[in-house]
Design a protein. Sequence first.
Length: 277
Amino acid sequence: MVATVELADGTLVPTLGQGTWHMGERGADRRREAEALRLGLDLGMTLIDTAEMYAEGGAEEVVAEAIAGRRSDVFLVSKVYPHNAGGRKLVAALERSLARLRTEFLDLYLLHWRGSVPLEDTVEAMERMREAGKIHRWGVSNLDIDDLEELGPALADCATDQVLYNLEHRGVEFDLLPFCQRHRMPVMAYSPVGQGGALLRHPALQAVAERLGATPAQVAIAWTLRQPQVISIPKAADAAHIRLNAAAAGLRLAPEDLAALDAAFPPPRRKRALAML
C-alpha cells in the first residue's frame, strides 16, 4: 500500500510515483516501458512524472500509451523547458505536451529548471493556463530557496519543488527541505537511487539491504520516503523493477539502519549549492 502526501490544496497524491527520464529513446523499448508504467499504476504508483525534454517528447508518448483508458487514475506531471517557460512559448509547449500525452489537462506542470525567462512571467503564464483548465496546478524543479523566495506571494500556489535527492546528494536537507516543509510544499525527489549504479554498489547500502532482505535500490527509495512531505519518483522500465520499487513503499528502516547510512553518507552541516542532473 503506497502512502499519500497532501498538497497545499488538499489533494492527496502517492508518496511513491514513477519517473520516465530516458524512456521513449528507443522505439523498440516503448511497449515494454508503457507496460511497466501500467503495472506501476496497478500497484498504486499513480503519480507519473515526465517532461518535454525527455527524448524530446518521446517519454510523453510512452506515458500516453500507459495511461490510455485510465486517465482518471493518474496524477500526471510534466515539465516545460526553461526557454519555453513564459508567454506564448509556454502555451505552445503545453499544447504540444498535451497532444503527445493525449490528454486535455495536466494535474501538475513544472518549470524544469531556471533559465533566462523571469519567474514572474512563468508564473503569469502558468496561472493563465490554470484558469483555462489546461493545468490544475503548477510548480518548479531544481530551484533553491532564494529562487522560491523570489516567487513572493505566488509561493503559496507553488505545488512542489522537484529536486535531486538521494543518499549521495543530501544538501537539500540543510535548508531547502525544511523550508518546503514549513510551507506545506512537498519535495519531489528525482533519481532517488542515483545514476549509473555507483550508489547501489556502496558497501554500507548493500549491508543494510542484506540485513533487511531487500535490494539496495529498495533501501535507497525507502530512505527518501522516511522524510515527511517527500514524494519519490524512481524510474523503472520493466515489470521486475516496478514490483521491487512498489514493495519499497512498505520497507521501514530501523534507527540502526539510518545510523549506518548516516555514517556512510553524512548529512550536510552547511549550505551547499543545489545539486542537479
